[in-house]
Design a protein around this ligand. Sequence first.
Ligand SMILES: [Zn+2]
Length: 333
Amino acid sequence: MIWETIYGREELVRTLQEAIRLDKVAHAYLFYGPAGIGKKTIAQAFATALNCLDGQKGCGACLSCRRAAAQIHPDIHQIEPEGKTIKIDQVRRLKKYAYLKPRESRYQIFILRQADTLTTEAANSLLKVLEEPPAGSLFLLLAENLSALLPTIRSRCQEFAVGRLDKQSMAEFLRRQGRISDEQLAGIMVWAEGIPGRALELADSQARQQLYQEAVLYLKELAEGKGISSLAAKLAEAEDLTAVIDAMILVLRDLLISPAAGKNPEILAGNETILLTQLTEKWNRSACLAAIPVLLKLQTDMQNSINIRLALEKVFWDLKEVYTCANSCGNSL
Ligand SMILES: [Zn+2]
């Protein structure tokens, strides 16, 4: 069953399955959440089930399901940014197909990855087809940053937030991957923070180290008085913004527990004791304690429709304030 590729999202899966069962499938869906959270897997499973020849169960065994799994299904189209954006020409090509009947299945499905990168022109063109969707065509939009999508596009879609996995589902997901040992599991769980795609990327300790260094650098530069706007601009361009923010929280946590770590450095998320020492002089206990909630709030806000760049700038101002206050007051909690 294709639905088994989705972990810990029983309610979401049930809703999609019910829509199929009751024949109440919408013309457009929007799945949103951070990079690596599993939006693509969900869209893929839904598209496969919709065209499954065995009563739309998503059997995984029929010809349609097998073609979908191999990404060679003639009625399932994948659209992703060419360069940094999804362009008008790509939407024009999509529309050429969308107004035709499905070639051999019940639905013709268009999966738009990173739909938040649609150029304005492309978004307006897509809007026209979403406003009067051709029968048999269905659009699955995937996005990280909701504020980058036109409200008119959003209003045409059924929206689903794809949240972080709980610990149990995450552990289950990682165990099923088979290539991660029990020893590695605990460490990866800390870093992945409920994001399965990130867990796979960070299974390699070198990748974790790199992310940790990046997070240390932001905190260091902030303390050294680097301009807020340039820090926010740099972070906004990060390949995986959520991962860097989560890593900053891990670094602050490490700073808090590092005095107690002593001979047990393995309790720290990073193994960068030298880097951490550089920060210890700058980020004292009260600064860390005040900064963590600021970043946690940003994580929550990022799930909603906000202007990322402005939000980052505000966060850096808040962090600078807590840092400055903690240092000038000279107190430690
Ligand atoms: Zn099937």
